[in-house]
Structures are given as C-alpha cells and as structure tokens.
Design a protein around this ligand. Structure first.
Ligand SMILES: [Zn+2]
Length: 65
C-alpha cells in the first residue's frame, strides 16, 4: 500500500494519523495531514490529537484497527 504523506509539509504519515484524518474529516478524504498540520487546521494541539487517537482505539473504532 502506498504511504500517505501530508499535503502541507510532505511528512510521511503513520497509519494512526491517516485513520484520524478519516475519522475527523470524513472517510472519503483524500488530502491527508500529519498530526502537526492537522492540529493547526483544527486549532488543536498534537498532544490532544494523540489523546483522541488513544480514545478512538479504546472505543474499538474500526478505522484504528
Ligand atoms: Zn504536515
């Protein structure tokens, strides 16, 4: 599978980051952002996004399987 990269800074994306983009921006999203750029986009912080990834995993969200 082709590795996704951030549309803003071209950083390679972890599986969790891709899943979080889909979760927060919609499953059909094609322009993925790294956690850092996604945090700016959402006026949030990278740490907050990491917490949310953890929460989604704990809830058993299939996107994060
Ligand atoms: Zn980025």
């Amino acid at each position: 599978m082709e590795k996704q990269s951030c549309i803003y800074c071209s950083a390679g994306l972890e599986k969790d980051a891709v899943a979080l983009n889909k979760k927060l921006l919609g499953r059909s999203v094609l322009d993925f952002m790294c956690l850092s750029c996604l945090a700016k986009h959402l006026s949030s912080s990278e740490d907050d996004l990491k917490v949310r990834i953890k929460e989604f995993k704990e809830r058993g969200c299939k996107l994060f399987a």
